[in-house]
Design a binder for this molecule. Structure first.
Ligand code: IPM
Ligand code: MN
Length: 353
């Protein structure tokens, strides 16, 4: 298969983990006779410095012309410490989501048996937990009308029927492909926007008779994902709730550095780690490249390259089993492996099997 892949490495640890992600894709291309053509483009703080725009038109063009985008992370301490800055790396991220129409953010939550002890939760409660959070990504409070003056501020949580229908369709279909259990997470006891979500989900239920659908308030869901993670199969929720819930669910996996995601929608699909740019670690060769590498696996699986995705996942499992791990998940007394060494081990594994 020929794939044109836009490479947006961004800021902080982005370039380091991206290098490993691309190396893994290259190893797969060689082994399975695919041709992956990469085109790099700037974004984030990086792009603000270069052209004054965190998601410049030139980058958008590269994304639009590609079959897929592999994204790493954006963000920089200079902006984190200045909440008044008008142009910020994150505004570029939101512009990118909006312009590419990436309304469905898919964040899988899975455990690795050998890392269960890394989670702050009890091991026997986590074992076997395996679910997906589908977060609406281009609507709600993030994009609704806003106002701020000295005495008053508001954000509008607006959702239209077509926006809700299309994300629920993704969620129902995902549930059909998995264990056929969908949980719609909302705050329908208080919010009008949530009541519309719930109404539309109930209307759509009859189109998916094989799926068991239940409804949960976000406050309750944020407790249940921690106390009963195995209950869930597919969760669908609005932008803001999904943002909060997926940071929470990342502690199920044991490290933010292990969580990949995909964002799908109207134009080019995008694949990125859930973690951020971790500027403090940039250049230190300590960041975990696995979320980036697993995002590359999700990219391949999106195009039906199941065997290829499987091989990457097997390689990642094998690296963890072999204790080839970055410091935050290394066992006590385990050898030191950096971003680069973990990536290289995985590339070697792919070449050899
Ligand atoms: C995420 C991030 C972003 C979000 C930030 C960086 C704007 O937290 O992708 O979850 O809130 O969506
Ligand atoms: Mn977030």
């Amino acid at each position: 298969m020929n794939l044109k892949i836009a490479i947006l490495a961004g800021d902080g640890i982005g370039p380091e983990i991206m290098k490993q992600g691309v190396a893994v894709l290259d190893a797969i291309a060689e082994k399975f006779n695919h041709k992956f053509e990469y085109k790099e483009a700037i974004c984030g703080a990086h792009a603000i410095d270069a052209v004054g725009d965190p998601y410049p038109d030139s980058t958008h063009q590269v994304c639009m012309e590609a079959d897929a985008v592999l994204f790493a992370a954006v963000g920089d301490l200079r902006f984190d410490n200045d909440p008044t800055a008008r142009i910020r790396p994150e505004t570029g991220l939101l512009a990118m989501r909006k312009k590419l129409g990436l309304y469905a953010n898919v964040r899988p939550v899975a455990t690795f048996d050998c890392l269960l002890h890394k989670s702050p939760l009890k091991e026997d409660l986590l074992r076997g937990a395996d679910f997906v959070v589908i977060r609406e990504l281009t609507g709600g409070m993030y994009f609704g009308e806003k106002h701020q003056d000295n005495d008053m501020a508001f954000d509008t949580n607006i959702y239209t029927r077509p926006e809700i229908e299309r994300i629920l369709k993704v969620a129902f279909e995902m549930a059909q492909k998995r264990r056929k259990h969908l949980t719609v997470v909302d705050k329908a006891n208080v919010l009008a926007s949530s009541r519309l979500w719930r109404q539309i989900a109930k209307e759509m239920e009859s189109q998916y008779p094989d799926v068991t659908t239940d409804y949960m308030f976000i406050d309750n869901a944020s407790m249940r994902v921690l106390t009963e993670p195995r209950f869930f199969d597919v969760i669908v929720t609005e932008n803001t709730f999904g943002d909060i819930l997926t940071d929470e669910t990342s502690c199920i996996t044991g490290s933010m550095g292990l969580q990949p995601s995909s964002s799908l929608g109207e134009h080019t699909p995008l694949f990125e780690p859930v973690h951020g740019s971790w500027p403090q670690a940039a250049g230190k060769n300590i960041a975990n490249p696995l979320a980036q590498i697993l995002s590359a696996a999700m990219l391949l699986e999106h195009f039906g390259l199941e065997k290829e995705g499987r091989l990457i996942r097997d390689a990642v499992d094998a690296s963890l089993e072999a204790n080839v791990r970055t410091p935050e998940i290394q066992v006590e007394g385990g050898a030191h492996y950096g971003t680069k060494e973990v990536g290289e081990w995985i590339v070697d594994y792919i070449r050899k099997v």
